[in-house]
Ligand binder design. Sequence first.
Ligand SMILES: Cc1cc2nc3c(=O)[nH]c(=O)nc-3n(C[C@H](O)[C@H](O)[C@H](O)COP(=O)(O)OP(=O)(O)OC[C@H]3O[C@@H](n4cnc5c(N)ncnc54)[C@H](O)[C@@H]3O)c2cc1C
Length: 530
Amino acid sequence: MKTSENRIETDFLIIGSGIAGLSFALKIADFFKDSNITIITKGEKNESNTKYAQGGIASVWNKTVDSFEQHVQDTLIAGDDLCDENIVRMVIKNAPKRLKELINWGVQFDKENNNYLLGREGGHSQDRILHHKDITGFEIERALIAKVEKQKNIQFLTHHYAIDLITEHQVNKKKTHRKDRITCFGAYVLDEKQKIVKTFSAKVTMLATGGNGQVYNVTTNPIVATGDGIGMAYRAKAEISEVEFIQFHPTALYNPGEYPAFLISEAVRGEGAILRDYYGNKFMHKYDPREELASRDIVARAIDNELKKSGTPHVYLDCTHIPYNRFQKHFPNITEKCLSLGIDIRKDYIPVSPAQHYICGGVNINKKAKTSIKNLYACGEVTRSGLHGANRLASNSLLEGIVFAHNAFKNLTKRYHKIKTPNNIPLWNDSGVVKNMEKVLITHDRNEVKTIMSNYVGIVRSNERLLRAERRLKVLYEDNKRLYDHSELSVDVCELRNLITTAYLITQFSKKRKENRGGFYSADLVNNNH
Ligand SMILES: Cc1cc2nc3c(=O)[nH]c(=O)nc-3n(C[C@H](O)[C@H](O)[C@H](O)COP(=O)(O)OP(=O)(O)OC[C@H]3O[C@@H](n4cnc5c(N)ncnc54)[C@H](O)[C@@H]3O)c2cc1C
């Protein structure tokens, strides 16, 4: 890596260290042995949505009872006719190969008698979820980080926050438009510890920044999930779509004051757990013949409806009939968490309510993980790949990350040698910044975005709610612009900018959607259900 002042040249710049970014880095490092690769991540090495994944990764594993076609159909049904079927088929066919790679890299999935144990989750017609207890994501991060650390050509920088992508806009001071063929030359990155902005120029930039759950009050996503990738890509004029499809997980543990919300995995319902209202009555049969195993959007809306009808703060998940040994073995983390709150799942029901969990849309990518911007690739939750359509099938997202990371790598093996090292990239310019804004304003604005989104752009939306959200977000946008221009650059102020942008995009895309489909539901469109 060559450094001059705060300018750093690298061949590959990977933004994000979840499953998508790390698996891409490993493939690139192994194939392009003479290249240098930089992974930057805004927190600790493993802090990511990946780290919190519990249930596991879906893949057809036992072909005597399961088939690619069944996994394809389950995915298409969950996606409510909005998936790209070719992409779905490609991802699902590639799943076993990608999982074997994870296993070769050291990820340990649970086994019994030398066979992998396969779990089932909502929307899946077969047992096909490989998992590591109920901490699959934690195990994936452990294994991939250990492997990355052994690679000599990877530099892994923590507390490095990507502020903006570098395109012609900065290099030629040329106004770029969404329809122009724009090129990405790297990114401006805030080194939080040194408090300097570094200019990373890269032949290839990989956006693997994950989700945006922090735009909502209650989310299962960690604090780093602030929609930075969508914000950066939007400012760089990349194509973005389907961000109105937000998945709310039906069963986050109801524990006011705990952030992020602790997830009671879908796999618990797969094991036979039953949803009961506040008064102990079963209710899922009123909403879907698959009852507790209906897809997430249906279960989340059913719970939302029960809560609105009864005015109660949560419903219950009843696991009392599941053999304790089996439950404890499969879900040690959940068992321990419940016990820490005095909930003994042998006799107590678990209080649960829905929480924001996943964004199905994002930065548009094609099969090769290419965005609409040249030399900018993207993979994982930040993208709209066509796999999830209007609603993601459980345990398909870790899979999406590794499959598209692989596809990006494959594409680069063919075209990397043609990519020229970018030059003329201007250093970050922070002249004119007046450092006099109160920090507390950032906190107020952040809370306001969350409240607006939770109140008006949640599980059930309406035209009036969306208009209210739009008006309020416009005011916040203007205030944030002043804040951004006039305060010392910090992660907080940059995150706020991205939270507002992502919130605004979700609201705008929601306004444009004229039918209820998958994870999108408006009370004004009840007669226009897909
Ligand atoms: C509680 C929970 C349980 C889940 N369970 C499952 C499951 O069982 N199965 C499944 O398939 N999916 C599950 N998911 C979803 C899945 O975990 C995510 O969709 C997936 O891990 C996303 O991977 P990723 O690599 O795209 O992003 P992430 O894992 O979120 O990684 C993003 C990375 O980008 C970094 N980053 C973000 N912005 C910046 C910036 N500006 N500068 C530098 N770095 C940045 C972050 O710090 C992080 O390292 C779950 C999610 C949650 C929250």
